[in-house]
Design a protein around this ligand. Structure first.
Ligand SMILES: [Zn+2]
Length: 377
């Protein structure tokens, strides 16, 4: 699911946030932040010693932010590097879109599917978010966007997924696509899970239809992407077996108005039936103890704040919605929060962003790999 959504907020952030080393100093600056840290709410004073937080004072550290401290934000579902679905990866556009993520406070992304082999600097350069990715999408013949991903028969899919996960740690399977398409059968998904887990990786599955979602849950995949039209009765099982849900709520509900204008068709009926209850499904997932991850899946990039707001509007508690876009997602992807020894990412807000959601669009500072990469001017 990729759609084009114009939030109109990226330009505003650009005007407020200064893309520079902190405290007006060019070059390496030792970063210090202090304030109330989430999720605990304790008051802390942290120093970045290289790319690690420490509570031991580091001489010469510059205080770059004070207030409410959130571990860096995470967009757990984004496909940067193109302007349109189906296009090949454009490295220049990739960097620009990754900067849009950082402008929004994102210091870690997961790309469950990429339009091509990422350049070596992806997830590594000091000015772009850390990254996890699944390489190209893996889909059935005749499904998914033309020009993107790899197609495989059911027999080929498990080995292909295992090999992909061995390379990057993730494999992404498109379990279903259009109305009337057949979903990947559960026994094939089970074999995929076996191969990928044997390779030490994890499986993310795209589903927007009941059969695909049911097969993914029955197969015990690691994360269900979108999960539109999922039977809510499966949420308890997802929670019990640790299958995460990335609902991509803002982009799915953002497509409702356009779909409502369309003439009646099976595709319209399907979309409206799933999208209209997707917020309620997401809130029920959080309530059931499913690990919910915030992911945007949309253009322009850097829309994570809209996704957090969509989660809250759907009934997810603000603390949990922020967790889905920060500490819960970081933990799920193997990174710690604001604690000694953890990688040195943070977003600093003047006030508690859970109580004052307007704060989310107006971070005072963004720290990435121990360097302050954005600061409100
Ligand atoms: Zn996607």
């Amino acid at each position: 699911m990729i759609t084009h959504k114009r939030t109109g907020t990226a330009a505003g952030r650009h005007s407020r946030l200064r893309r520079a080393a902190c405290a007006g100093t060019v070059g390496v600056v030792i970063t210090r932040i202090r304030g109330y840290v989430l999720p605990s709410g304790e008051y802390v004073d942290l120093y970045a010693d290289g790319d690690r937080w420490t509570t031991d004072p580091v001489p010469g550290a510059a205080l770059v932010g004070e207030g409410w401290l959130v571990p860096g934000l995470v967009d757990a579902h984004t496909h940067p590097g193109v302007a349109e679905p189906g296009q090949p990866m454009d490295p220049e556009l990739l960097r620009e879109q990754l900067h849009q993520h950082v402008d929004a406070g994102v210091t870690l992304i997961r790309s469950p599917g990429l339009p091509g082999e990422p350049p070596p600097w992806f997830g590594e350069d000091p000015d772009v978010p850390r990254a996890r990715h699944a390489g190209p999408w893996l889909a059935q013949h005749g499904q998914f966007f033309d020009g993107w991903g790899r197609r495989a028969s059911h027999d080929e899919l498990p080995a292909l997924a295992g090999a992909q996960a061995a390379r990057t740690g993730w494999a992404k399977i498109i379990a279903d696509w259009r109305v009337g398409d057949s979903a990947v059968p559960v026994d094939v998904l089970r074999a995929v899970v076996r191969e990928v887990h044997a390779a030490g990786g994890r499986v993310a599955v795209h589903s927007q239809h009941p059969e695909g979602g049911a097969a993914a849950v029955a197969a015990g995949v690691d994360s269900l992407e979108h999960g539109m039209c999922l039977d809510p009765d499966l949420l308890a099982r997802m929670a019990a077996q640790g299958t995460a849900l990335t609902p991509t709520l803002s982009v799915i509900t953002g497509g409702l108005r356009r779909r409502e204008q369309e003439p009646d068709s099976p595709a319209r009926t399907w979309y409206l039936s799933g999208a209209r209850v997707h917020g309620a499904l997401t809130a029920a997932a959080a309530e059931a103890g499913v690990r919910v991850l915030a992911g945007t899946d949309s253009l322009p990039h850097g829309g994570i704040v809209a996704e957090i707001r969509a989660l809250v509007a759907a009934g997810v508690r603000p603390h949990e919605a922020l967790a889905a876009a920060s500490w819960h997602a970081r933990e799920y992807l193997g990174l710690g929060g604001l604690e000694p020894g953890a990688p040195a990412d943070a977003v600093v807000y003047d006030r508690d962003p859970r109580a004052d959601p307007g704060q989310l669009a107006d971070p005072a500072a963004v720290v990435l790999r121990g360097r302050c990469v954005r600061r409100r001017g």
